[in-house]
Ligand binder design. Structure first.
Ligand code: NDP
Ligand code: 8X3
Length: 252
């Protein structure tokens, strides 16, 4: 039987990388994307020997680069069965009145528009084949707003709305759309949010047991392998120490 193809954006780190490993271990061929070419190249050595890997290096916020990357896919890699829209980050964490406009642009351009640009390249093929699964990585920040989370939360609320809209519009074609909404996961997320400040980012995950990227990857792998008549439409995953975006055991 032909192996299925999964394309994962942001596969150079954290949740995306862990998902690439999980799906490769389940027998998927993987298209891994990200901006850091050397990390994409290093991924091959971490996948099981039998897994095939194709890499695409592009910035999701660059509309022309997204188009060119997909146009460069060889014929045998074009029928993407599973799209994992994972690339994204928070940039800064300031009260809105002192927010940095470049950070706002980055979050809306990457987390929202980047997800749309990539989806636009993949959805027509899924519609034509009347099959496929799209997983959008939202966040607990897409379900709730927390102080100083303002624009990041807005970007993830947009992801939630787009996910629900996709599910409705793609439903007639038998395409599954899954929203995954993690709470605190220890990845490079906080390092990016706090511009490389290691001490500040480590503190986010201290005093409790945060989620690991592999915890989310395991759930994504389960969700995308349900029988044809089952869709896990919307999943919130929190560390046990977290009860909401703002209530954490360590803060009580
Ligand atoms: P990481 O920083 O570890 O990974 C982010 C990934 O996104 C990297 O592979 C990075 O690749 C890619 N990426 C970022 N910007 C771009 C861009 N402009 N173009 C292409 N790729 C890009 O963070 P996480 O694994 O934690 O984050 C993954 C997703 O999970 C994000 O959407 C995040 O919002 C979400 N999330 C994270 C949570 C957490 O607590 N960690 C909780 C809830 C949701 P590269 O730099 O090579 O381009
Ligand atoms: C990432 C989790 O709580 O920092 O989306 O927003 S949080």
């Amino acid at each position: 039987m032909k192996k299925k193809i999964a394309l994962i954006t942001g596969a150079t780190s954290g949740i995306g990388k862990a998902t690439a490993l999980s799906l490769a271990n389940l027998g998927y061929n993987i298209i891994a994307t990200g901006r850091r070419k050397e990390r994409l190249e290093a991924l091959k050595a971490e996948l099981p020997e039998e897994a095939q890997l194709f890499t695409l290096c592009f910035d999701v916020k660059d509309r022309e680069a997204v188009k060119a990357a997909f146009a460069s896919l060889p014929e045998s890699w074009r029928a993407i069965d599973v799209l994992i829209n994972n690339a994204g980050n928070a940039h800064g964490m300031d009260p809105i009145q002192s927010g940095n406009v470049d950070n706002w642009d980055a979050m809306m351009d990457i987390n929202v528009k980047g997800l749309l640009y990539v989806s636009k390249e993949v959805m027509p093929g899924m519609v034509e084949r009347e099959s496929g699964t799209i997983v959008n990585i939202g966040s607990i920040a897409g379900k709730e707003v927390y102080p100083n989370g303002n624009v990041y939360c807005a970007s993830k609320h947009a992801v939630d709305a787009i996910t629900n809209g996709m599910r409705m519009d793609l439903n007639p074609f038998g395409i599954k759309v899954i929203g995954i909404h993690p709470g605190l996961v220890e990845t490079e997320f906080s390092l990016v949010r706090f511009k490389g400040d290691e001490d500040r980012s480590k503190k986010v995950y201290q005093g409790y047991d945060p989620l690991k990227a592999a915890d989310i990857a395991e759930i994504i792998a389960f969700a995308v392998t349900r029988p044809a008549h089952v869709v896990m439409a919307d999943i919130v995953i929190l560390p046990t120490a977290q009860a909401s975006a703002t209530i954490l055991k360590k803060t009580l």
